[in-house]
Design a protein around this ligand. Structure first.
Ligand code: HEC
Length: 130
């Protein structure tokens, strides 16, 4: 029985160790989520939930100050401007890389699946201005 004690302890310890292995969102999905690690899709808030994503990945070209020079005149800083592209389908089309739309963020891969879900959820929940 004593002979089995150490292998047994070793087995338990290695199970505990591998059980704690943490898959980071960044490693799994590319770009890190701007929101929490748990993907919250009950999104109704433009300022707190949608805007930070646009700020991180889109404002380098689509902020009011840069839109004319780098963003083809498309502004995504103010609610009213974002709503135009949410309404005409171009916002979702571009971040989902659908055919017929210009894939965004331009030259920068894709948003994380959680960030895409957050924007989609805000749209389906009424595109609130808050
Ligand atoms: C490097 C600059 C750059 C970045 C970053 C960028 N865009 Fe764009 N975006 C452009 C340009 C330039 C166009 C004009 C179309 C083209 O050249 O592909 C455009 C076009 C668009 C369009 C219109 C698409 C269409 O098919 O008509 C939308 C919507 C858009 N961008 C949203 C976004 C969003 C959302 C992000 C962030 C996730 C983003 N863009 C990031 C430069 C950028």
């Amino acid at each position: 029985m004593k002979k089995l004690f150490f292998p047994f302890i070793f087995l338990i310890l290695s199970l505990i160790y591998t059980g704690c292995y943490y898959d980071s969102n960044e490693a799994l999905f590319g770009k890190p989520d701007s929101a929490a690690v748990v993907c919250d899709t009950t999104v109704t808030n433009f300022t707190a939930q949608v805007k930070p994503i646009l700020q991180s990945y889109c404002y380098s070209c689509h902020a009011n100050a840069y839109a004319a020079g780098s963003g083809s005149g498309i502004k995504l800083e103010n609610y009213a401007d974002v709503k135009i592209y949410a309404d005409n389908g171009k916002l979702m089309g571009s971040i989902q890389h659908l055919s017929g739309y210009s894939a965004m963020p331009k030259g920068g891969g894709s948003l994380s699946s959680c960030d895409i879900k957050i924007i989609k959820s805000w749209i389906t929940r009424g595109k609130l201005n808050n």
